[in-house]
Design a protein around this ligand. Structure first.
Ligand code: URA
Length: 205
């Protein structure tokens, strides 16, 4: 239900995206969240990362990818030689979907309806930034970026042409790497993740 007149006009700047995301009522997720979390990074960025949704710490601070998953992303970017400050980092869904268990806030994967409702903002970010390359981190991000389900393990390591002239790359979500227990699998998946980030950076040119 769209009830807030402040988010009806397509935003023309990243400042407008940020302000609009925070008052967004395009789906119900704002009710349980502290704030909307827009992307971060310069409008001149040629590489855009899209994650799933803000996590606990992102919800509290308003900044994308600063919690545990963000630390993994930072480490991988450093290994791949990609300066995060030159990239734009955002999420397919801008409010934190979770359930309460006692005082703990447990992550819930956003539904396809949330991704669709929030595409308004991702499309605005894409229009404003016009990145050369968009990297979708995990399945929800791939759904947001490509508009359809993309199998990550089979689709990573290659570039897809997107309608807005950008090239799209899919790779793992950093939280997936955090959940792998077996040390060798963890190391090899991290290496593959780094390789995908290097590949995406090489496409930026
Ligand atoms: N996971 C995401 O997908 N995005 C964030 O911003 C943080 C964690």
């Amino acid at each position: 239900v769209i009830s807030n007149p402040n988010d009806q006009i397509p935003p023309a700047t990243l400042q407008e995206v940020e302000a609009g995301v925070d008052v967004c009522r395009r789906c119900e997720l704002w009710r349980g969240a502290t704030q909307g979390v827009a992307g971060a990074g310069p409008a001149s960025a040629r590489l855009m990362f899209v994650g799933e949704q803000p996590g606990d710490q992102e919800d509290l601070t308003g900044q994308p990818f600063i919690g545990p998953a963000g630390k993994v992303l930072d480490r991988a970017l450093e290994s791949a030689g990609v300066p995060r400050a030159e990239t734009y980092v955002t999420n397919g869904v801008k409010h934190f979907r979770h359930e309460l268990r006692g005082k703990r806030r447990i992550h819930q994967t956003p539904a396809a309806t949330h991704v669709s409702a929030c595409r308004w903002w991702l499309d605005a970010e894409r229009r404003i930034i016009r990145p050369r390359v968009i990297v979708a981190l995990g399945g929800t991000a791939a759904l947001a970026v490509f508009g359809k389900t993309v199998p990550i393990a089979r689709s990573r390591g290659q570039a897809f042409q997107l309608e807005d002239q950008a090239q799209g790359v899919v790779t793992y979500h950093p939280s997936f790497l955090l959940r792998i227990q077996e040390p060798e699998a963890k190391a090899s998946t991290f290496a593959a993740f780094v390789a995908d980030l290097s590949f995406a950076w090489s496409l930026v040119g």
